[in-house]
Design a protein. Structure first.
Length: 235
């Protein structure tokens, strides 16, 4: 089809790459120190790249060209975004199988722990957790101070079992978790919320964030707050 599409003058191009950065569709790339239109079907003909070129090397022309393929552009963007996602941040559900004693394994592999983990999803850090994920639907939510896992020995069976666990430390992260927790509450069907905090004052930030998020959500979700002493007792 004949349509409007960009044209790059290779003699004028100074290879700065500004046009490639400005092209949201990924139609322009750098090759041999020059900007090149690498995908005609990615060029929408709107010319976001034109004002970014400092040497006037880009103009419009009317010619036979492949039609703009928005679906292909969006698919390419998703692929690129997935490349930049840390594997540790990818949401996943965890299924715990039967305990084993490690028989038949190589000597360098330790046998399974006697106490089975009850972590049901990943990631579990509040900052890294997605706002929407399948495991949040109908979930009983545990928001725990990260120190509580070390102070309270039976946290897996007493608190994490049957719950979706989110952990954090308001002092170390130096952020207000309330906005993130509010988004999770608003975008999912949370059944109950349990807060497990330490007795130290800075842990009050975790409890306050949950209370504020719950209040701002307007939802009537049962809330329970338990406090762990530094000696490992529930107060």
């Amino acid at each position: 089809m004949v349509r409007k599409i960009i044209k790059i003058d290779q003699e004028k191009c100074n290879g700065c790459g500004a046009c490639a950065e400005a092209c949201h569709e990924g139609a322009i790339a750098m090759a041999g120190g020059k900007a090149v239109l690498v995908r005609e079907d990615y060029c929408d003909g709107l010319g976001d790249c034109l004002p970014q070129c400092p040497c006037g090397a880009i103009t419009f022309e009317e010619r036979e060209a492949a039609p703009y393929d928005e679906a292909a552009v969006l698919a390419a963007k998703r692929v690129e975004e997935n490349k930049n996602v840390c594997p540790g941040m990818q949401a996943r559900m965890i299924s715990h199988g039967q305990e084993t004693e490690g028989l038949g394994k190589a000597p360098s592999v330790l046998p399974a722990a006697k106490v089975k983990s009850q972590l049901s999803q990943w990631p579990c850090q509040i900052k890294l957790a997605p706002v929407k994920a399948p495991y949040f639907q109908g979930a009983k939510l545990l928001v725990a101070a990260d120190c509580s896992a070390y102070a309270y020995g039976d946290i897996h069976n007493q608190y994490m079992k049957g719950r979706v666990t989110l952990i954090g430390c308001p002092k170390l992260d130096a952020v207000d978790y309330s906005e993130k927790i509010l988004d999770i509450i608003q975008n999912n069907d949370i059944k109950t919320i349990t807060v497990l905090r330490m007795e130290v004052p800075c842990c009050g930030g975790l409890e306050n964030a949950v209370r504020k998020a719950l209040q701002d959500s307007g939802k009537d979700i049962p809330l329970r707050v338990d406090t762990v002493s530094v000696e490992g007792n529930i107060k």
